[in-house]
Structures are given as structure tokens and as C-alpha cells.
Ligand binder design. Structure first.
Ligand code: SF4
Length: 244
């Protein structure tokens, strides 16, 4: 039997960063073996003109990560983002090798119809306009997305689709008051706030569900009073996380 030649991913967006005007690209990788999310379509937002490691080291990742506090600190060299260079580098190498065809969101949505989509497996989804995402998601079974840009004017159109990534109660309250739902990272000693629940993929909730089946992190939709998930800090972030 002949091997399938279906592409592993597609370029569905090329444009400029709303932060600094640098060239950025949106790539959808069709399948994933991520244990937390399950086999969802993973989308990456990258600088199209430099390797992600170079962007991280030089601070040029601001174009795709904005003011996220988990970017590399130039003074200490410390970076607390949970996304490793390795996975992003592999997508970028595919981009340079030309293995991802260009396709409109309207065409790609037919290829990924019925699938769950993660907005911004790397890179902040707010770097791409909500109308592009809505076109891509029109036939999906659901989606998840997280933005650290919830205070920025340019990001407000994404509040209906993405969760505000927050690290403490004050940010939780502030984001909710401006129309966002939240995904909060918390310390083990911090309690859930009213209106929060433990992410079912977390250790503390018994890892009883993956995102592909849960789908709670789909933004405010038309009602930002829906409950918001929280998770106890874990993995590479945990040793440096202070909740500020
Ligand atoms: S709350 Fe649900 S969708 Fe959100 S991260 Fe946890 S498992 Fe995934």
C-alpha cells in the first residue's frame, strides 16, 4: 500500500506582528502526541525570518509573545515558558524546508473538520486577528487558547476565543472584570477562587481528562461568567514561580 503523502502541517497565516510589525507566520500541525491535550491540531505562531532560539535569545520573540513574563529575562538569562526550544525548532525547520503548504484558513478548516484545535501551542494567539481564527475554527469540534496579552488593546478581540493567562488572584479579578475568562497558575498553598475549578488534566484533579475531551479553555464566548480553570504550578516553571 502506498504511503500517505498528506502534509504534517500547513501555513494558514502570514502577516505582521501587532506588537512591532515583524513578519510572523501561523502554522497548524495536524497531529500531536501531547499527553495533556490529546491528539489536537496544534498551531504555532513564529517569527518567519529567524530561528525561534535566536528570537528567544535576542528578545525578538516579543513579536510573537508580546510582554509575556515567561520570556527569557535578559539580565538573568532565565526563561520560565513551559514550551521548549526543541519542539518549536522542529516546526521552524519544517518551515525552512518548505514542507508546509500555504493554505487559507477557509480551506484548512475542511481538512481539520471535526477536530479539536489548540490556538498557540507556541506564540500568543492574539498576534493573529480573531476573524482569522474564527474562519479556521468554523468546522472544528472545539478549541483551546491562552493569551498573556489580555491587557493590550490589540488583544481584546480574542477574549471570546481565548483564556487570559493569569498568575494570581489580582490578575484573575482584573481579567474577569474586563470580559475575559482566565486560566490561572497557582501555588499549592493557594486556594481556588470562587468561580474557579481545578483543571481536570492536572495532577491535583487526578489527570482524569485531556483537553481534547474537556474543552473548557475556549474563551469567554458570549458569557465570561462561566467558571475558569486553575492549575498548580508544575514542571520547569515550578521552581521559579512566585505568583507575581
Ligand atoms: S481545563 Fe480542560 S481544556 Fe483547559 S487545560 Fe485543563 S483539561 Fe485542558
Amino acid at each position: 500500500m502506498a504511503k500517505s503523502t498528506n502534509p504534517t502541517g500547513y501555513i494558514f497565516y502570514e502577516g505582521k506582528s501587532p506588537v512591532d510589525g515583524a513578519p510572523i507566520v501561523g502554522v497548524a500541525i495536524v497531529h500531536s502526541d501531547n499527553v495533556k491535550t490529546g491528539d489536537v491540531v496544534q498551531t504555532y505562531i513564529l517569527r518567519s525570518d529567524m530561528h525561534p532560539s535566536e528570537a528567544i535569545t535576542t528578545g525578538e520573540d516579543r513579536s510573537i509573545c508580546g510582554d509575556c513574563k515567561h520570556r527569557r529575562n535578559p539580565k538573568t538569562g532565565r526563561r520560565t515558558c513551559y514550551v521548549t526550544h526543541f519542539g518549536i525548532g522542529s516546526v521552524y525547520r519544517g518551515l525552512v524546508r518548505g514542507i508546509y503548504p500555504r493554505i487559507s484558513p477557509a480551506k484548512l478548516r475542511k481538512i481539520i473538520a471535526g477536530r479539536m484545535v489548540r490556538l498557540g501551542a507556541y506564540g500568543d494567539p492574539a498576534m493573529i486577528r480573531a476573524r482569522v481564527w474564527r474562519s479556521l475554527l468554523a468546522l472544528s469540534s472545539g478549541h483551546t487558547g491562552y493569551s498573556h496579552q489580555w491587557r493590550s488593546d490589540f488583544a481584546q478581540d480574542i477574549a471570546g476565543l481565548c483564556m487570559a493567562s493569569v498568575d494570581n488572584h489580582d490578575e484573575f479579578t482584573s481579567a474577569r472584570s474586563t470580559g475575559w475568562r482566565t486560566f490561572r497558575i497557582r501555588l499549592e498553598t493557594e486556594t481556588l477562587a470562587p468561580g474557579e475549578f481545578a483543571c481536570p488534566a492536572s495532577d491535583e484533579a487526578g489527570k482524569r481528562m485531556q483537553c481534547i475531551d474537556c474543552g473548557a479553555c475556549d474563551g469567554a464566548g458570549s458569557n465570561n461568567r462561566r467558571a475558569s480553570p486553575a492549575i498548580i504550578v508544575h514542571g520547569t516553571q515550578s521552581q521559579h514561580f512566585t505568583g507575581v
